[in-house]
Design a protein around this ligand. Structure first.
Ligand SMILES: NC(=O)c1ccc[n+]([C@@H]2O[C@H](COP(=O)([O-])OP(=O)(O)OC[C@H]3O[C@@H](n4cnc5c(N)ncnc54)[C@H](OP(=O)(O)O)[C@@H]3O)[C@@H](O)[C@H]2O)c1
Length: 239
């Protein structure tokens, strides 16, 4: 098993379900920051067309040929197999089927799970799975040979899809500190502040918080409430 700790700008990042709301927003932000991105879909042709559209947008904004050199599309399984870091952005109901689809290609890699275990129609109520959280469920499914990190639970995708500053911190959970650090770099490339938030079991807190944010959106008629952690959190202490 190869355990890559530093995911630098040369690394290929797969966005599984990258045709969707959150995945396409993350892909766009990463590509704009110059990261190499491969969009995954159940349908390779849909992924390729999404990648072409994004490349065309970037080429007109940044310069000819630029987008095409760093953005591609493939089936979810192929995208996961090619990439060094994999971000899973699919609905809770399809999390397990998607993980099954990519499992063969993620051994030794970092898999970022963004799943919020919302159970419609009561999405304003916290309904965590029996494993305790969607992230722990992902880790159990993929096994110890994969470093699962979870993040992005509290960010409104439609805000991330714009170029505006998103007023929300990203809490990053995982049992491997180096893997969390790698993901925090990716979060920063998206223009967000990522914070070490401890072990993967802690992911339950952020996953649950999303139902509360959805409730706040309705109760106070706001468009995409977010979370901010106060205090001086600029540089993490050693250890
Ligand atoms: N939207 C947000 O604001 C937000 C914020 C934070 C976290 N999240 C979490 O991020 C994840 C993705 O959310 P989203 O809003 O981006 O979801 P989405 O747009 O509804 O779906 C994302 C992608 O998942 C794939 N998908 C849909 N149904 C599927 C199925 N039955 N089986 C396999 N794949 C399926 C589709 O890709 P293909 O059809 O191309 O395969 C789709 O484009 C969720 O777990 C959500 O809780 C979302």
């Amino acid at each position: 098993m190869t355990a890559q700790n530093s995911i630098d700008k040369s690394a290929l990042i797969a966005i599984i379900g990258g045709t969707g709301e959150l995945g396409s927003a993350i892909a766009r932000r990463l590509a704009k920051a110059g990261e190499r991105v491969i969009i995954g879909s159940r349908d390779a042709a849909r992924a390729a067309s999404c990648a072409s559209a994004l490349a065309a947008e970037l080429a007109s904004a940044v310069g000819d040929g630029y987008g095409r050199s760093i953005i591609s599309g493939a089936s979810n399984a192929e995208a996961a197999a090619q990439a060094e870091l994999i971000i899973v952005t699919v609905p809770f109901a399809s999390q397990e089927a998607t993980l099954k689809d990519i499992a063969a290609g993620v051994t030794g890699k970092i898999v970022v799970d963004t799943t919020v275990p919302l159970v419609p129609p009561k999405v304003m109520r916290v309904q965590l799975p029996s494993e305790g959280s969607a992230a722990v469920r992902a880790q159990k499914f993929l096994g110890e040979g994969v470093r699962v990190v979870s993040a992005f639970h509290n960010v409104a995708a439609h805000k991330l899809a714009t170029d505006a500053v998103v007023d929300c911190d990203v809490l990053v959970f995982g049992d491997d500190k180096a893997a969390r650090e790698a993901v925090i770099r990716v979060v920063s490339a998206c223009g967000l502040r990522g914070l070490h938030a401890g072990a993967l079991v802690n992911s339950a807190a952020a996953e649950a918080l999303t139902s509360i944010l959805i409730f706040l959106n309705k109760q106070y008629a706001v468009d995409g409430a977010g979370v901010r952690i106060t205090g001086d959190l600029q540089s993490p202490a050693a250890g």
